[in-house]
Design a protein around this ligand. Sequence first.
Ligand code: PGA
Length: 265
Amino acid sequence: MPDENRTFQRAGMTIRVFSDAGAASRAAADLIAEAIRGAKPDRRAVLGLATGSTPQKVYAHLAAWHAAGELSFRDVVTYNLDEYYPIQPLDPKSYRCYMHRHLFSLVDLSPQAAHILDGTVPEPFVADHCAEFERWIAADGGLDVQLLGIGRNGHIGFNEPSELPVEEALALPTRLVELHPVTRADAVREFGGADKVIPRALTMGVKTILSAGSILMLATGAHKADAVAAALNGDPRSGLPASLLQTAGGKVTWLVDELAASLIS
Ligand code: PGA
């Protein structure tokens, strides 16, 4: 059992605080492995996956358990949250490449079972592609578990802060978006220069994310403390998309380390 310091409820959600990022990541990996092992015999486990620096340790655990013969992805289907647009799948900065590097090449997941929004779809066909992505998720029976990270601006996937009425923000579908300045600034290191950051992306919608059977929000590090506290305090609002998780109440678990939890009041 990872080193867990405390658990409490906030707006119907469960908040689990761990001593450090390693322990929080281990807890996320445990819950994903549980979802895989707990899938009914006639149904594949349907995982919603995230990219970024935070989930890398989660994937390292899953890959290690697979290497040890303890976990198989044979009966798993995955859907990723987002992808830059436009981008080629073999571009090392694509999330397709990221997933290959950190998980897909290390486990026995069938390539046909790994779904990532396609950064090469010509723009006139993007809306159809996004609608099709949602139909695939529905045809697989919906996401059993969605792993999320939080941006410093409170984004989930690439659902960025907006001024939409809450009902409209909650109904946002999978779509093409413009990245928020904070998101672009955070991507500078990854892209090697501000002018090199791809400013648009395809993202799973808020509605799609909130429809998952269970939602795991993993947030670690002091740089996430402001966003975590803001998402847990106050009402759900479109200006801080992670606060919209409050509306999914009981199916949301926050896995945070002490640094990311430090401003929760
Ligand atoms: P990070 O990104 O894990 O790289 O901090 C999280 C996010 O933006 O969702």
